[in-house]
Write a protein that binds this ligand. Structure first.
Ligand code: COA
Length: 323
């Protein structure tokens, strides 16, 4: 039997502090009605000083390991998708390794903006299939509140902080009925780098950087690219829309999420939505949504789940998973 990556456990972490649209409206020229109508967002979680990327990633990873019944010694690799690491180096993945007491293996951070978790899942899946590793923590963790321009109402109302993680364990499987990651597909178009980016980094003189976005352009590309990604994932597995039990999309905007659900012909209750409460947590959004729906018993063993995400780069991709 071929080796396959089983999603053995999933977990999430959200900062305690909730910032509502009404609170934002006290310091910005915006309103709850505008934000809700355009995005579906009602609130977001914002990290306190101690809630760094590593702190939140560790909490999410710990929850994923607990759900999988896995010990730190089972972790051969940690792949952490983030655009907001604690430090340029060491990789935040290695801060997590230390905090969890993982005795060996390796780890690294991966930068693909909001598509980061799907990218990391794809890399981890490849490593498991090749036999290089047997247990991998795949984490998305972000503190976008620290790269927001809090004067720019066009962006700062859209994002929040948090972390999500899955523990992948090597198993065996064949076809689309057996458990595990069935396929992943990644894409990028660097020529569209200027429609969503951070205008600085530690390598730039005196410029830590804040997020800049052309919302309309991102919206336009998201709808087209994600629709293609959904079709590509199904075609690669000789499956149809009717086979999909759950869509767990990147949580950027309810209008984009609704469009994807309609494209798959899924009733709204089969589309996992957290954007109303979490806003866009970038690389953390897909694993956080997955953690919520697995945690409350909606997504069950045997369900076919389609994950998709798009972010700055542009980067986008999908993963089809039998839970
Ligand atoms: N509150 C009130 N008004 C706001 C506002 C806010 N928070 N943000 C922008 N506006 C105003 C604009 O200034 C503009 O005013 P004007 O017409 O007087 O110039 C008006 O609302 C329309 O702005 P526009 O940017 O064209 O709105 P939109 O309909 O495109 O909606 C987004 C904006 C950001 C909600 C939408 O483009 C979007 O969701 N894009 C995708 C973003 C995304 O998903 N990014 C992450 C991808 S990983």
């Amino acid at each position: 039997m071929p080796v396959r990556s089983i999603l053995a456990g999933v977990g999430g972490y959200l900062p305690a502090r909730i910032v509502t649209n009404a609170e934002l409206a006290t310091r910005l020229e915006t309103s709850d009605a505008w934000i809700r109508d355009r995005t579906g967002i009602r609130q977001r979680h914002i990290a306190a000083a101690h809630e760094t990327c590593a702190f939140m990633a560790t909490a999410a990873a710990r929850a994923a390991l607990a759900r999988a019944g896995a010990e730190p010694g089972e972790v051969d690799a940690i792949l952490l998708a983030t655009s907001t690491p604690d430090q340029a180096f060491p990789a935040t993945a290695l801060r997590v390794q230390a905090a969890l007491g993982v005795p060996g293996g390796f780890g690294f951070d991966l930068s693909a903006a909001c598509a980061g978790f799907v990218y990391a899942l794809s890399v981890a899946d490849g490593m498991i299939r090749s036999g290089q590793v047997r247990g991998v923590l795949v984490i998305g963790a972000e503190v976008y509140s620290r790269i927001m321009n809090w004067q720019d109402r066009g962006t700062c109302v859209l994002f929040g902080d948090g972390a999500g993680a899955v523990f992948l364990r090597a198993g065996e499987g064949r076809g689309s009925i057996d458990r595990g990651v069935l396929s992943t597909h990644l894409h990028a178009q660097g020529t569209l780098g200027d429609i969503l980016y951070v205008d600085g980094a530690v390598g730039q003189p005196d410029k830590p950087g804040t997020l800049v976005m052309n919302g309309r352009e991102v919206f336009r590309h998201a709808v087209v690219r994600l629709a293609e990604a959904v079709d590509e994932a199904l075609a690669a597995n000789a499956l149809t829309r009717r086979d999909v039990d759950w869509l767990v999309p990147h949580q950027a905007n309810l209008r984009i999420i609704d469009a994807m659900g309609k494209r798959l012909g899924l009733p709204a209750e089969r589309v996992v939505v957290t954007v109303d409460r979490h806003a866009n947590t970038s690389a953390a959004s897909v694993p956080l949504a997955l953690a919520e729906a697995v945690g409350d018993g909606r997504i069950r063993a045997g369900d076919l789940v389609l994950l998709e995400a798009l972010g700055g780069g542009l980067t986008w991709g999908s993963a089809l998973v039998r839970m």
